[in-house]
Write a protein that binds this ligand. Structure first.
Ligand SMILES: [Zn+2]
Ligand SMILES: [Zn+2]
Length: 465
C-alpha cells in the first residue's frame, strides 16, 4: 500500500491523504488550509494528475471542519467520477458549510478583502451532491475502485470530536494477507458536554494514521475536566458581576455547541446569573439546528439534552447596536476560534481588550502566531502590554482579563498513546500536528513500542507501508 500526504507537513494545514491500495485510489479527507485563501490553501491535487500511478476513486471525509472538508468541491472538479462518503450528520453539515464557504469567497472578492477567485460556486455544489453517499456508524460499505484488484471495505467509527466526526477502518487483502488500516481523523477519547467519547475498532491494525494536534502540549493532560468547568463558570460569573462582557472565540462547528451547552448548564445550576444574555453570530444558529435535528439520526447523542443555542440573541451588525451590547453584562460566543482578522471575534475584541471589566476567554486550540495566541501571550506579559489584533488597525493595550480554558475537542497526548496501545499497529503515520507535536508523539511511541515503525510523512512524497 502506498501513502502520500497531499496537505501539509509542518503544521495542521489542510488534511488530505491518498492511499493507493491494490489498484484503488482512496482519498482520506479533502481539507483546505484554515487561514490561507484561494488556490494556495489547497492540497497538492496536481501531484495526482501528474502521475499515472496515482488516482482517486473514493473520497472519505472524516468530519465537516474546513481543514478536512473545504477542498472537496475542487477535488470533484478534478476527479468528477469520485464518490464521496461520510456519516449522515457530516453530510448535512457539509452541504450547509460548503455553500456558506462559496458565498464567503464571493463576498471577500467583492469587498476586496481577498484577491483570490472563488474556488467553487453554489451551482456546482448542487450537482456534486449527487455524488454524496452518507453512511451509518459501524456499518461496513464497499470502496473498491473500478480498477481495484482486491475488495476494500470501509467502516466509520464515532470519533468524539464534533457532531458526525468519524474514524475510518479499511479492510482488504493485499498479496493474500488480510490488512487493516485505521485513520483517526480528529479524535477525542473522552466525553465532552454534548459529544460522547470516541469508539475504536478492535486491534490489532497494520497501519494507524493518527492525528497529533496536542502532542506538544504537556498542560492539557494535567487538567481535570470538572475542575476546568468550575473554573470557567467562576471566571464568567466574575465578569458578569462586574458588568463586563466575556468574549469567547469559538470554532463555529463543535466548540460553539459544546460551550453553549456548558453555559446553559451553568445557568440551570445557578453558577452564573440565568438572565445573562448569550450572543451568537453567523452560521452558529443554523449549525445548532443541525446539531438538534441530527439527534434523531445520531442515537449516540444524548436525546434529553436541551440546547440553549437556537434561543440566543444574534449579534447585531451595526456598530451602535454592538456598542450598546458592550454596556451591559453578557457573554458573546463568536467565530473564529483563533480570532483571525476580519472575523467577529477579532472585530469585537478590538472594542473590549482595553477595558478592565471585560474578558476574552480562549476555549480551543490557538496556533502559534494566530491573533488569539498573540493576545494570550501579551496578557501574560502583564497589564497594559500592547497587542496587534489586526495589522490594519494597529496596536492597542490589553487591560481586560485574558484566560485560557482546556476544552479542546482533541485527545491529549497521553490518551493518543493509549490509542496506540489499544490498536497495536505495525506502522503509525503521524499527521495533523506542528513539528514539535509530531516529534514528541514519535519519540513516545518508539519508546513504548520499539517494534512499531513511526512515519513522519513529507508533503507529496509517497511512502510504501
Ligand atoms: Zn476537526
Ligand atoms: Zn482538523
Amino acid at each position: 500500500m502506498d501513502y502520500v500526504s497531499l496537505g501539509s507537513t509542518d503544521d495542521i494545514g489542510a488534511s488530505c491523504h491518498l492511499l493507493m491500495v491494490e489498484g484503488t485510489g482512496l482519498m482520506l479527507d479533502a481539507g483546505v488550509h484554515p487561514d490561507v485563501d484561494g488556490p494556495e490553501g489547497l492540497p497538492r491535487l496536481g501531484l495526482i494528475q501528474s502521475r499515472p500511478d496515482l488516482w482517486v476513486d473514493h473520497v472519505l471525509v472524516s468530519h465537516a471542519h474546513h481543514d478536512h472538508l473545504g477542498a472537496l468541491p475542487v477535488v470533484l472538479q478534478r476527479f468528477p467520477h469520485a464518490l464521496v462518503h461520510f456519516t449522515k450528520p457530516t453530510r448535512l453539515l457539509a452541504e450547509f458549510l460548503l455553500r456558506a464557504s462559496a458565498r464567503l469567497q464571493r463576498r471577500r472578492l467583492r469587498e476586496g478583502s481577498s484577491t483570490a477567485d472563488p474556488l467553487f460556486d453554489e451551482d456546482e455544489l448542487a450537482y456534486h451532491e449527487y455524488l454524496y453517499l452518507p453512511h451509518d456508524l459501524n456499518q461496513p460499505f464497499n470502496v473498491t475502485g473500478v480498477r481495484g484488484t482486491s475488495a476494500i471495505q470501509a467502516t466509520f467509527y464515532h470519533a468524539g470530536h464534533v457532531l458526525g466526526a468519524a474514524g475510518t477502518l479499511l479492510t482488504f487483502e493485499e498479496a493474500g494477507q488480510k490488512r487493516r488500516v485505521f485513520y483517526t481523523g480528529d479524535v477525542h477519547l473522552r466525553p465532552q458536554v454534548v459529544t460522547p467519547a470516541a469508539d475504536l475498532p478492535d486491534g490489532p491494525v497494520d497501519v494507524l494514521i493518527m492525528e497529533a494536534t496536542l502532542g506538544a502540549d504537556a498542560s492539557q493532560e494535567a487538567v481535570m475536566r470538572r475542575e476546568e468547568e468550575r473554573r470557567f463558570a467562576e471566571a464568567l460569573d466574575a465578569v458578569i458581576r462586574r458588568g463586563g462582557v466575556a468574549l469567547v472565540p469559538v470554532f463555529a462547528l463543535g466548540r460553539s455547541h459544546e460551550m453553549l451547552a456548558l453555559i446553559d448548564r451553568f445557568k440551570k445550576r445557578r453558577m452564573i446569573d440565568p438572565d445573562t444574555p448569550v450572543y451568537t453570530a453567523g452560521s452558529m444558529r443554523a449549525l445548532a439546528e443541525i446539531y438538534d435535528d441530527t439527534r434523531l439520526i445520531s442515537p449516540r447523542l444524548d436525546a434529553n439534552l436541551t440546547y440553549a443555542a437556537i434561543d440566543q440573541p444574534r449579534l447585531p451588525r451595526s456598530e451602535t447596536a454592538l456598542l450598546n451590547i458592550l454596556r451591559e453584562p453578557g457573554i458573546v460566543l463568536v467565530p473564529s476560534g483563533m480570532m483571525f482578522e476580519r472575523t467577529a471575534s477579532n472585530d469585537l475584541a478590538q472594542y473590549l481588550v482595553d477595558q478592565e471589566k471585560h474578558a476574552v476567554f480562549l476555549v480551543g486550540y490557538a496556533k502559534p502566531g494566530s491573533p488569539a495566541h498573540r493576545l494570550h501571550e501579551a496578557a501574560l506579559q502583564g497589564e497594559g502590554t500592547m497587542v496587534t489584533l489586526d495589522p490594519e488597525t494597529g496596536e492597542q493595550p490589553v487591560f481586560c482579563t485574558v484566560d485560557r480554558f482546556r476544552f479542546s475537542g482533541h485527545s491529549h497526548r497521553k490518551d493518543l498513546l493509549t490509542l496506540v496501545d489499544r490498536l497495536r499497529p505495525k506502522t503509525v503515520i503521524l499527521v495533523h500536528g506542528e513539528p514539535a507535536a509530531k516529534a514528541w508523539m514519535a519519540e513516545a511511541i518508539r519508546a513504548a513500542h520499539p517494534d512499531t515503525t513511526v512515519v513522519l510523512p513529507e508533503i507529496g512524497v509517497p511512502v510504501t507501508v
